[in-house]
Write a protein that binds this ligand. Structure first.
Ligand code: B1M
Length: 212
């Protein structure tokens, strides 16, 4: 669809006002929010990701594209979230210690809220102690950790170990995800569930809350 291609192009240029305008226009045209997210916003972000990898764009360009991505996703949020659903469980979510990437984590949050879960978002650079304290305070069923760096994903093992050594052992499940994370890494650190994307993270979280 032409409008989604245009959206992707403006996202790559980091043109926040234009991105917001096009997201609104796409919604008015009746395109569903998930398609706008995946074929417009995420498609643009993927191009930026490739260019970043190949040193064709640098941190400032990535940051303004990320800002445009978040601005567009914010408009889509109410359309992705089912209105007025009673909370089906509580998830404490954050990007792991040492890691400042939050776009994927924000998508996970949106999708989980869309499933009727309450999400306590601790932001980025979250320590094991912060996850544990928040899970205790909010009586959460799940701690969900996102990592985008191979250097920080190892911090997820500290979350697993510290939860196991605490009063939350057996009461809270640990979910992990993010680009460098895999099923075998999940098994190797003893986390409860790995999912590759935001939508499957939301499905898994709901399943874990229902069975808790
Ligand atoms: Co950074 N960065 N970055 N970066 N950055 C990557 C991740 C990188 C792959 C780029 C590259 O070199 N090719 C690379 C990591 C290499 C590695 O470790 N293997 C990298 C690097 C090296 C760095 C710095 C070290 C660069 C530097 O300073 N030299 C630095 C680190 C800063 C820090 O965190 N301490 C850095 C900084 C940044 C910016 C600040 C400029 C910016 C972040 C802005 C922000 O988040 N607000 C940024 C960005 C944007 C990227 C790329 C381009 C895009 C990441 C992204 O948002 N993708 C990225 C390259 C790439 O991925 N192609 C890159 C879109 C997002 C929707 O995808 O987060 O993967 P993602 O989320 C997915 C899934 O992974 C999953 O769901 C989402 C989709 O449905 N998911 C989960 C995520 N969390 C989940 C949790 C779950 C389940 C699923 O359960 C709990």
């Amino acid at each position: 669809m032409e409008i989604l291609n245009e959206l992707s192009q403006f996202l790559q240029k980091g043109r926040l006002p234009k991105v917001k305008e096009l997201v609104n226009q796409a919604l008015e045209q009746g395109i569903d929010a998930k398609t706008i997210l995946e074929d417009g916003l995420l498609a643009g972000m993927n191009v930026i990701g490739e260019k970043f990898k190949n040193n064709e764009v640098f941190v400032p360009e990535v940051l303004i594209a990320a800002r445009a991505m978040n601005g567009g996703a914010e408009i889509l949020k109410p359309h992705l979230v089912e209105a007025g659903v009673e909370s089906k469980g509580t998830v404490v979510l954050g990007t792991i210690k040492g890691d400042l990437h939050d776009i994927g984590k924000n998508l996970v949050k949106m999708m989980m809220e869309g499933k009727g879960l309450t999400v306590i978002d601790l932001g980025v650079d979250v320590s094991p102690e912060q996850y544990i304290e928040a899970a205790r305070e909010h009586n959460a069923q799940i701690i969900a950790c996102s990592a985008l760096l191979t250097t920080t994903m190892t911090e997820m093992k500290n979350v697993v170990d510290q939860v196991k050594a605490s009063d939350l052992n057996g009461k809270v499940k640990i979910m992990i995800g993010g680009a460098p994370v895999t099923q075998s890494f999940c098994e190797s650190i003893g986390a409860d569930r790995y999912t590759p994307d935001a939508a499957s993270a939301a499905d898994a979280a709901l399943e874990l809350c229902i069975s808790a």
